[in-house]
Design a protein around this ligand. Structure first.
Ligand SMILES: [Zn+2]
Length: 461
């Protein structure tokens, strides 16, 4: 299987290399801003001419927004615009113009409705303060040097903070190729991220026929249908909250920067601020590590993983839950499961967010109209089942796929969130952590949802 995979390593550049990196990131910004100024001037010119009543075909010609034409223009004028351009790799300017071309295309597609999702704004000029520090290299010498160094154009050999041997071996074996390298300042360090085109052996999970239902929650991060020990919610942010508060207080008591008075931050402020940043990066790193371990282990083991389609974006709007939800990282778990299952030869199925996984009895199929969140044990009035609430939900997710596969052919491929076929009446609406308001207090008995419904309740990822 051909895949495009990223390998990211932290770097330990020398002070000289840091200066060169900063210069390259500045060059990206200069090229972007130059191109944007050209585009804006061209648009304004045409607009002005139109207002004088000049016919469309006699207007100043529209500037092409493609990367190639932007680059061609840049190369014509760079001696005047940026006489110092030779100090940086040409890749830096190409990178800035490519990003501008992407930004313009995204805006245009968003305007015309070709691009889905929230509306994309017109590109804005980048400022030193606001712009992300990042530069991408696509040509020239991009390679690894031993287990401890990378080599980039102009910058030369940069020491890495962590071993790069794994990627080096992959490249040495052949079949893998570095397409580009992006150096960016993130999480308090310079990182390099290689985009690698590689051949991944199509693997089979350890138990190809096994189905596991995964119920994600805040009380316990993940509860499984097959008796696998549940994963507790590590709550890294909550654990670090006291420390972060203390560090933030220390920052706010020092002489910080002020844009209005152009006050420069004191050395003590800089030191305190970087201590706070490091504590925050640590929270992010711990979270990332935990999620990767969970998703990799699941994808390596089970042939079919069933999760719920949680409305994370909607739930985050709840102020009381936003922080805990972001800390748990549900969206990221789902994203990683989606690509890792394809890597390991398994599949991820997503149950509709309207499927009443918590309210259904995993033994007899009765659906409760109400099940407040504080009720941690599911007790069925029909068959007398008494079980942990989340485990019951996980079992329902798993049995959903068993019914579906046993019933008929392959699962339907639905668009995300397009299917709301599980009747919300008896189910009682969304399975969010917000209070439910079920319309009626009836209990529906019998298999629910019917095989046909459950078929539409699942979508393949
Ligand atoms: Zn029951």
């Amino acid at each position: 299987m051909r895949v495009v995979q990223a390998y990211r390593f932290a770097l330990d550049p020398t002070p000289r290399q840091v200066a060169v990196l900063a210069s390259h990131c500045g060059a990206v910004r200069v090229a972007f801003n130059w191109g944007l100024a050209q585009v804006k001037a061209n648009l304004a010119q045409r607009e002005a001419e139109r207002s004088y009543g000049i016919p469309e075909d006699q207007l100043t010609p529209a500037l092409s927004w493609s990367m190639y034409s932007l680059r061609k223009r840049w190369n014509q004028v760079k001696d005047e615009v940026a006489p110092w351009w030779a100090g940086n790799s040409k890749e830096a300017y190409a990178c800035g113009l490519a990003r501008l071309a992407d930004a313009l295309a995204n805006w245009r597609d968003s305007q015309s409705g070709k691009r889905k999702g929230p509306k994309v704004g017109f590109p804005r000029f980048k400022t030193k303060r606001r712009a992300a520090r990042s530069v991408r290299f696509t040509t020239g010498t991009i390679r690894l040097d031993g287990n401890t160094h990378v080599v980039l154009p102009v910058l030369g050999r940069i020491r890495t903070h962590e071993p790069v041997g794994k990627l080096a071996r992959l490249l040495a074996e052949g079949g893998a190729r570095i397409a580009s390298a992006t150096v960016r300042w993130v999480e308090g360090r310079w990182h390099i991220s290689f985009t690698v085109h590689t051949e991944r052996a199509v693997a089979l999970p350890a138990r190809p026929d096994a189905v596991i239902g995964v119920d994600l929650g805040l009380k316990t991060l993940a509860v499984f249908s097959d008796g696998r020990p549940p994963v507790p919610n590590p709550r890294h942010l909550t654990t670090a909250a006291r420390k972060l508060r203390r560090l933030s207080r220390a920052v706010s008591r020092k002489h910080g920067p002020d844009r209005r008075t152009r006050q420069r931050p004191s050395q003590r402020w800089l030191r305190a601020n970087s201590a706070r940043n490091r504590a925050e990066y640590r929270v992010a790193a711990l979270r990332r590590d935990g999620i990767h371990q969970l998703t990799t282990s699941l994808a390596r083991t089970y042939g079919t993983i069933v999760v719920e389609d949680l409305n994370v974006a909607g739930m985050i709007r709840n102020r009381r839950l936003a922080r805990a939800l972001s800390d748990a990282g549900f969206g990221e778990i789902r994203r990683q499961l989606a690509y890792k299952t394809t890597w390991h030869g398994g599949r991820l199925l997503v149950a509709s967010r309207w499927f009443p996984s918590s309210k259904t009895c995993s033994s007899c199929g009765a659906v409760k109209a109400k099940l407040p969140l504080r009720v941690r044990t599911y007790v069925c009035e029909g068959c007398g089942l008494s079980m942990d609430r989340d485990e019951n939900a996980a079992r329902n997710l798993a049995s959903l796929v068993e019914r579906t596969v046993a019933g008929s052919g392959p699962e339907t491929r639905n668009g995300r969130g397009a299917d709301l076929k599980t009747p919300p009446g008896g189910a009682g609406g969304r399975e969010t952590s917000t209070p439910h308001r079920a319309p009626t207090a009836r209990i529906r008995r019998g298999p629910s949802p019917t095989p046909g419904e459950s078929l539409r309740t699942l979508e393949t990822q």
